[in-house]
Design a binder for this molecule. Sequence first.
Ligand code: CP3
Length: 342
Amino acid sequence: MTKLLLRALAGETLPTPPIWMMRQAGRYLPEYRATRAEAGDFLSLCYNSDLAAEVTLQPIRRFGFDAAILFADILLLPQALGADLWFVTGEGPRLSTITSKADFAKLAGKDDIHDHLAPIYETVRILSRELPEETALIGFAGAPWTVATYMIAGQGTKDQGPAHALKAENRDLFVTLIDLLTEATIEYLSKQVEAGAETVKIFDSWAGSLAGRDFDDFALEPAKRIITELKARHPGLPVIAFPREAGERYVGFAKATGADCVALDNSVSADWAAEHVQVDGCVQGNMAPGHMVTGGQALVDEAQAITRAFRGGPHIFNLGHGITPDADPDNVAKMIEAVRSA
Ligand code: CP3
């Protein structure tokens, strides 16, 4: 196994960590903006396998990252289940809402998603042919809780209020939705692996708004179910879990779910995470994305401090969240240079 990312996921401590960035194919790159314009809009780009593969490859060509992440979105799965989905420029995603049994009854079953998602599997197949041999291919899906927050509210929310309200007021319906999403996510990720994804990442962007028992029931348990079933179907498949803003609940998350790597947001310090999270295996993260905008010596110092903090165990260098559209591509090159010379 020569790919650095897969070696880190297998638990190897490497002299230089593999590097990639969340949202590395994105609006901060002029070549991405050009291809997106050619596709028409964001969703058309996601469903155009050739162009989606092209934007996935762009940051690999420009920066030589150690991994490529499939270009798609976590909200394509609800769309495959029958939710309406559209993006409002400058605001973000909108979906038809699920707030009653009648809304839920209109959704498709877990096995009825593949015709809709066929272009995504095709993107994965193209990428597994075209990526350089040293570059690992990451598939992904949203975690059930995070996807449910968008399906229930019909849009992104600051505090996930509508999802918390449904959980409190109609727990049966809420649990039924989480179960459907858990099962459909297994089928979706399994197909990505069959198409050539070498690892998969589960994005639970809103895990931090779940506390106590809710965190166990709706962040930890669904991740455990997904990971257990994927590993039963695809022995040896490494999985990355990202329970964003989990704070102290990052501790033990890998052991409890079977994840091979826990991705960290930048609200936890690298020194703390090295002591309390990396003891259980590989960690990914966790530089603040703002450095990609502001650059300078602070960027170099922070990239090197994180690299050194995690040097004693398996580590994948990444940001703590996605790179933003106002980032400067020159700062990305600077970050890579800083990590590799730390
Ligand atoms: O990391 C990658 O580049 C892989 C592809 C990817 C995208 N979205 C592409 C995208 C991944 C893994 C995601 C995950 C995703 N999508 C999450 C979880 C991670 C996170 O960011 O918290 C969430 C919550 C979504 C839903 C979503 N998609 C939102 C809220 C938005 C609008 C915000 C924005 O940045 O405009 C999107 C759009 C989106 N997804 C873009 C990209 C590159 C921007 C689209 C564009 O205008 O070109």
